[in-house]
Design a protein around this ligand. Sequence first.
Ligand code: ZN
Length: 439
Amino acid sequence: MKLSFAAILLAAPLLASAQARPFPGPDVPQIYQRLLPQIEKIPMFDHHAHPGFADDADVDAMAAPPGSAALRERDTNPELVAAAKALWGYPYNDLSPEHTKWLIDKKSELKRQQGIAYFSNILDKLNIEQGVANRAMMADYLDPKRFVWVFFADSFMWPFDNQRETARNSDQQVYIPLQEKMLHRWMQHEGLAKLPANFADYLAFVSRILEDNQKKGAIAQKFEVAYFRPTKFSDPTHEQAEDIYQRFVSGGIPSEQEYRTFQDYIFRYLVREGGRLHLPIHIHSAVGIGDYFNLSESNILNLENILRDPRYSSTIFVMIHGGYPYDRQAIWLAAVKNVYLDTSETEILLYPSEFKKLLKQWLETFPDKVTFGTDCFPYNDALGAEESYWLGVQSTRTALAAALAEMISEGEVTEAQALQLAHGYLHDNAVGIYQGRVH
Ligand SMILES: [Zn+2]
């Protein structure tokens, strides 16, 4: 060996088609510094977020039960001070109650001044061109030119007496009544005082809601079913589901097995309708909040039988939060042509140094199937959707620049190819799903 290891690393970027190396070179920090400002200039499409104010009950179709927050998600996270400084010029270095009051006052003053432009201005500050508003209903304070609606479709799976479902644990005591409320709102939209007496009419009601929501501008249907039951769906017949519906539509508590069988059929019906209407399916596929969220029963691989079912090949699936912590398995589901992975929430749960590793592995495997999202949420008046937008965007950009810098330094991609991957991940891959309905 005549050349030193460092000399080989330095010479390598000049080689057009050299073999990839297992170590990044000393040039990673410089490449990172070159990439980051270029990445900041890419207008983004936020594929999963819950914009809205903390006092708006429609930002989600469920609510948060008490439970443990991971270190970075606690309100002691000093990055929240950085967010407040970047967004509002916050003059303090902590979030003590008296200082937080400054923040709350500042935001309510801007809300008053800016009206419908308030959240659009947040997008402008962060260079988000357009973003999903995954909400129970759309808000009149979000500009429809900048925010596209993704509605919740879970409630169609809970039409019966839910006493047994609600009693399972204290998380379900929070969740299930909200599903009942959501179903009743859909019924009101269709002028139904009670559920249709026969199953065919129930399915027609479900389809009408999907079609009406699409006419109102919805681009996808979202499931957070992993919070409420296992995500393994069996394949019951129409007759089985119909029989259960007829027996329980006007009262009586189905056994757990009967309820699951009915839900399995409805879930598959919604998936089929998603294909017919070109209304993609967004599914919460990662760890969740609450003390009773069951990781093994909601493992993203439970959905493999659905994702690889040729009957659903015209339905697009977006695996929201990318199956974390089963992200290494999840990326192989993106081998299916109609399956995409979204990185929202993961970039907040993890610090950028760790998120970089996840992103690098995904971009090295199916880069055209990975999409960006913030999962912003109005946690409270001080830590609003605004600050969580900021944290999601900053975390994603820095981790992305670092992952790509390593890939360039290791001889996997050129700098031009790396920027193509960045455009795909931050914007083009997601926008391509919706056939011109988003930009
Ligand atoms: Zn979310």
